[in-house]
Design a protein around this ligand. Structure first.
Ligand code: HEM
Length: 448
């Protein structure tokens, strides 16, 4: 496509500015854990408002350099920071050519447990793996065809959790929640026979912990092989009503590598649990919105194919305020032309989601809980709100995520009241914090 562009390279940040970006954007995100979070660091990052510092840093560069993209002065590596909404949309819309999803740092992180996954593949192989993911996850369907089996799974597990909460003096913390959430995820992805396969979740956690270090950590090849063989076993078993059965059913060829696609389904469901817990906190702190949620839940009582737009909007808000993939990465496959210069091939391109999600220069209520932002017919317009990325590389699991997470919120809130402990953990009268550690949320639960 012909683009208006100027000759010469894109502007480059000074060494001092590059170091500031490394300090304010990269270090906190890497320290929090890119592939599996480190709860203590997340708690500290919340207390120190590190995510706000990252947004302010990028805003400052935007003020100085205008639209960007802006090259960073990193020795031996071409890296660009996206500063403009149109450029963010362009990069996402023009994936995977010339902006490959298989960016170098992402490849080395995900290689620890899913080296042949779609996101880190390119060309023909990526196309086939993406197609496979889209078919299994029913990427374009708001309500997955297996909803009538997934929703009861969520309801059963939520009931069991609430029974445990009652015998725990009505207290609910992250550790109890995640045990239940992991069971739901295993039942949805692998089938009921995996309900208690905690060992599989723990093996994946070990491989993800290695993934946090990228190429700096040696590959645990034997552990990965055993893990992928276990997943293949679940695909072979094809338990009816599971994603594993779908993986066994949809057509594949020698490029597909189904068992390599599956770790993403397990691993990416964890942030969905984080978003659910944070959404519960948002609703606990905003009585008026909780009323709307309850009204919707009542309307959908008994519905096994629920499309609860308000609850989904609350979850999207939770992900807008606290995106679980704050850095969306691409890698240019060729020299590209921009309004302010040329970007070399093999440049790692960084889109910092919170920079757009919390842009108080554009969004009136950037720091407020505003589910209506997702309910307007025109959405956010052209503004990149990208909790699930965007363009051809958009998360193919997004509708499934919103189905399962909204069903969980509904099952929990149907007959129970959740109050934050302490009550001032999150206050509607205050701007929403730059980060909310799901690990440090506690609720007092009572019947309503
Ligand atoms: C809150 C939960 C989730 C969020 C916020 C999320 C977000 C994202 C994002 C931002 C990407 C793009 C990453 C990139 O470009 O580097 C992505 C990709 C992907 N997600 Fe999700 N995801 C979630 C859960 C899930 C679940 C539960 C599944 C499957 C069951 C899933 C399947 C995938 C797949 C297969 C890709 C790769 C797509 C491709 O290669 O084009 N995600 N997700």
């Amino acid at each position: 496509m012909a683009r208006e562009s100027v000759q010469g390279s894109l502007p480059t940040a000074t060494l001092g500015e590059t170091l500031a970006v490394i300090n304010d954007v990269f270090v906190p995100n890497i320290a929090k854990g890119v592939i599996i979070r480190r709860p203590r660091v997340v708690g500290m990052a919340e207390r120190m408002a590190l995510d706000e510092r990252a947004v302010r840093r990028v805003q400052k560069l935007n003020k100085k350099y205008g639209k960007g993209p802006l090259l960073l002065k990193v020795p031996g590596k071409s890296m660009a920071l996206i500063l403009d909404p149109d450029d963010a949309n362009r990069v996402l819309d023009e994936s995977p050519e010339p902006f490959a999803t298989a960016e170098q740092a992402k490849r080395s992180a995900l290689a620890h447990f899913e080296p042949d996954m779609a996101l880190v593949s390119h060309g023909r192989k990526r196309a086939e793996r993406r197609r496979f993911n889209e078919e299994v996850l029913q990427s374009e369907c708001p309500v997955h065809g297996l909803s009538e089996r997934f929703v009861p799974v969520v309801e059963q597990e939520a009931e069991a959790l609430l029974a445990r909460v009652r015998s725990n003096q009505g207290e609910l913390g992250w550790d109890m929640f995640i045990d239940t959430w992991d069971r739901i995820v295993r039942r949805v992805v692998l089938g009921d026979s995996a309900s208690d396969d905690q060992e599989l979740t723990e093996t994946l956690a070990k491989l993800r912990a290695a993934g946090n270090w990228g190429f700096l950590h040696p590959q645990r090849t034997r552990l990965r092989k055993r893990f992928l063989e276990t997943l293949q076993g679940y695909i072979d078993r094809a338990e009816p009503g599971s994603l594993a059965a779908e993986a066994a059913r949809v057509p594949t060829n020698s490029d597909t590598k189904p068992s390599n696609q599956m770790p993403q389904w397990l691993f990416a469901f964890e942030p969905a649990g984080m978003a659910t817990f944070s959404a519960l906190a948002l609703l606990s702190a905003h009585a008026d919105q909780a009323e709307r949620a309850r009204a919707e839940i009542a309307r959908h009582e008994g519905d096994q194919r629920p499309d609860m737009s308000f609850l989904r909007a609350c979850l999207l808000e939770s992900l807008r305020l606290w995106p679980t993939t704050p850095l969306v990465l691409r890698q240019s496959t060729e020299r590209t032309h921009w309004q302010n210069g040329e970007m070399p091939a093999d440049t790692s391109i960084l889109i910092l989601a919170p920079y757009f999600h919390r842009d108080d220069r554009h969004l009136d209520d950037a720091n407020r809980f505003d589910p209506d932002l997702w309910l307007k017919p025109e959405g956010a317009g052209e503004w990149p709100l990208i909790p699930f990325s965007g363009g051809p590389g958009i998360c193919p699991g997004r509708h499934l995520v919103l189905l399962v997470t909204s069903a969980m919120l509904a099952s929990l809130m149907k007959r129970h009241e959740f109050r934050l402990d302490p009550p001032d953990r999150l206050l509607a009268s205050q701007p929403m914090p730059a980060l909310l550690s799901n690990y440090h949320l506690r609720f007092k639960v009572s019947r309503n």
